[in-house]
Design a protein around this ligand. Sequence first.
Ligand SMILES: *Cc1c(COP(=O)(O)O)cnc(C)c1O
Length: 433
Amino acid sequence: MNDKPKKAPAAGEYGIETLAIHAGASPEPVTGARNTPIYQTTSYVFEDVEHAADLFNLQTFGFIYSRLTNPTVAVLEERMAALEGGRAAVCAASGHAAQFLAFFTLLEPGDEFISSINLYGGSITQFGHSFKRLGWTCHFVDPTDPENFQKALTPRCKAIFIEVLANPGGIVLDVEPIAAIAREAGIPLIVDNTMATPYLCRPMEWGADLVIHSTTKFLSGHGTSMGGALIESGRFDWARDGKFPTMTEPDPAYHGLTFFETFGDFGFTMKARTVALRDFGPAMSPANAFYTITGIESLPVRMERHVANAGIVAEFLDAHPFVAWVSYAGLKNSPYHALAKKYLPRGAGSVFTFGLKGGYEAGIRLVESVNLFSHLANVGDTRSLILHPASTTHRQLTDEQRQAAGAGPDVIRLSIGLETADDLLADLDQALG
Ligand SMILES: *Cc1c(COP(=O)(O)O)cnc(C)c1O
């Protein structure tokens, strides 16, 4: 968004490890500070009245007020766009806020969208209950047969939403045919890529038009900072069928400016920022952007260890007498192993579920007996985490929704961290016994 003294590395030219460290960032021009400073400021001085007018009219890029743009957050936005191979990104206070920005920019009251039922529990609640109050209807479908998306299409469907690697079921979706259905219908495919991260999967390479992240998880990576990101590929034609008036018709709040015509391949991001973020206000704080930028620098090496440890723990559980089943796409016996090899060649992540022969009671006993694992509702921390979804995150859902989301009474979810693998095995062994 601002003039940089030296061009920061962008996608295409460099490998993902390099982008994770350098994309979007260059030394601060006044002091030479090598790390991105936390620009802890709400507002920015205008050069003169004309500059201010141009900024407010979106005729020039720059900083006005940190609800809209902030230099620390802007570095993270550029880095997220580069990592996902997208054109532009806007950050938000949380993953859920990023989802809200995306749908507010896409939908009118009365509009509909289709979503995989295999989602983060909070997303099912957001889509099924709170979005309904805004006049948006979500049709949930079983994503394991891509045809189900085709069958659920209606004239007012404006998007398809999926998680490629779904939490908590350990499910991997076949993205390509789902992307083809969205393309044919003239609607964007939105992928929540939180569980895979751009290190394991880049959904835009498989046809996604928008990618959403909860940066709270593996990206910030240390369980310190809430955040979200919405990235656009820049390849979606918003004008094709006249389905997206918010993008193609003049906006009265900006003197009749038309976002797609004016900003083209980053028009969606501009609209999400200058309307949804401006008017609803879920901005990411500069401090959280700083922690997330710092976290991302080690994302590739962390993900390698997360995946390696997850494989060791999954195999241990798979052979354990008190364990009924393990649902990890990294295991050869998983029905999703072939899809994981295709879409997640570097590994199937480090969040997976397993079932206890002892059911609900055994689940409660296990989460209360572990020492090294933390019993809490998060994933993607350096620490290993354990959760009994039926009694916590998926509590608000009906029995049917819980089963469909892979969160039945016997299910335990693990998020495997970066500790010594043998220590994790020993802790689980004593707690299971
Ligand atoms: C955590 C999470 C979200 C929600 O993100 P918040 O940052 O908690 O708002 C959405 N999708 C997935 C897959 C998640 O894990």
